[in-house]
Design a binder for this molecule. Sequence first.
Ligand SMILES: C[S@@+](CC[C@H](N)C(=O)[O-])C[C@H]1O[C@@H](n2cnc3c(N)ncnc32)[C@H](O)[C@@H]1O
Ligand code: SF4
Length: 387
Amino acid sequence: MADDRSGAPGIGIYIHWPFCLSKCPYCDFNSHVRHAAIDEARFARAFAAEIATTAARAPGRTVSTIFFGGGTPSLMQPTTIAAMLDAIAQHWSVAPDVEVTLEANPTSVEAARFRGYHTAGVNRVSLGVQALDDRALAELGRLHSAREALDAVGIARAVFERYSFDLICARPKQTPQDWARELKTALKEAGEHLSLYHLTIEPDTAFATLHAAGKLKTPDEDTARALYDTTQEVCAAHGLPAYEISNHARAGGECRHNLIYWRGREYAGVGPGAHGRLDIDGERHATATEKRPEAWLSRVENAGHGIVSDAALMREEVADEFLLMGLRLAEGIDIARYAALAGRPLDPGRIAALREHGLVETTADGHLRMTLSGFPVLDAVVADLAA
Ligand SMILES: C[S@@+](CC[C@H](N)C(=O)[O-])C[C@H]1O[C@@H](n2cnc3c(N)ncnc32)[C@H](O)[C@@H]1O
Ligand code: SF4
């Protein structure tokens, strides 16, 4: 996996569009439904202002990736996307091979805008297909059918240089056999990248309420493990091995923006509820903006930014985050970089014990990485190593 196609790592820019047409019952992303029209031009001006303020704090970077996430960024007009891309190019230099990803919901209305997004500068789209079964889609509260989603994938394939789509597995009553069938159908439609998430019951969601009331049952641990094993086998056999715990790609097809997070590189977060990690005067700053869209808008209009927290991280915090994010990757972490960040090496005794249990391995080039059987217990391994 190349570190970055343009040489120097470069900064990633995350732009959060916080609106959706409806709230999916499993989702705890910062997404809001508004019944009145959204003043998109006013929001676009605020995004441009926050981009300018962020660039003034982190000047001189080269932008290597831009990611429009949400919420549902495919509800934006292409002109709004173009305005945000113009603002970025006005304040930073942009790498000639910049990766510009847009998350899109796979409805026909949104797919109709794909050409406009491409003209605006988007070169990669990530579609939230979630399931290829209409009943499962209805249970997930989705507004599209499987046919509609596959049609959107077809349009994405025709319009963009690169595309990916997301599926959610470990859904109620799903068996490994059902999942293997669904995944094989998905792989026929896949390009270079697929994101495959296990359904998580997030606190304060409609699914959390149903789950607590015993009305929604997720697969037990053995079934979840069998679903995970099925994913690894079927995807690897189709040339899309996991490069991250939930993300699969052909070599070179990895999402370069998400690699910035997992490799502990620098990124700016713009828009309501966006998080950033900026390296300022030799310190890593964790930034977060106001989550409520209209409150964020007022802050930006008054102060030029919506940042509500900006903390210089202690070196242990930077190192722990590097460990937590990096071990999600199949390539693992550079052990020497961990030691430089933490000011102390990882405990060799703990590594040896985890290796004996077959959960991690060390490589000739100085990386520590999870094994396939270690990935399902990643959180416990990270907790052990960080202790
Ligand atoms: C920001 S979200 C959604 C993007 C887009 N609005 C959509 O719904 O298609 C990115 C992805 O996270 C995944 N996701 C969200 N909540 C999840 C949950 N509770 N469990 C598993 N996956 C989840 C979904 O696959 C989703 O496509
Ligand atoms: S899953 Fe996507 S469409 Fe559904 S509420 Fe979350 S961000 Fe919005």
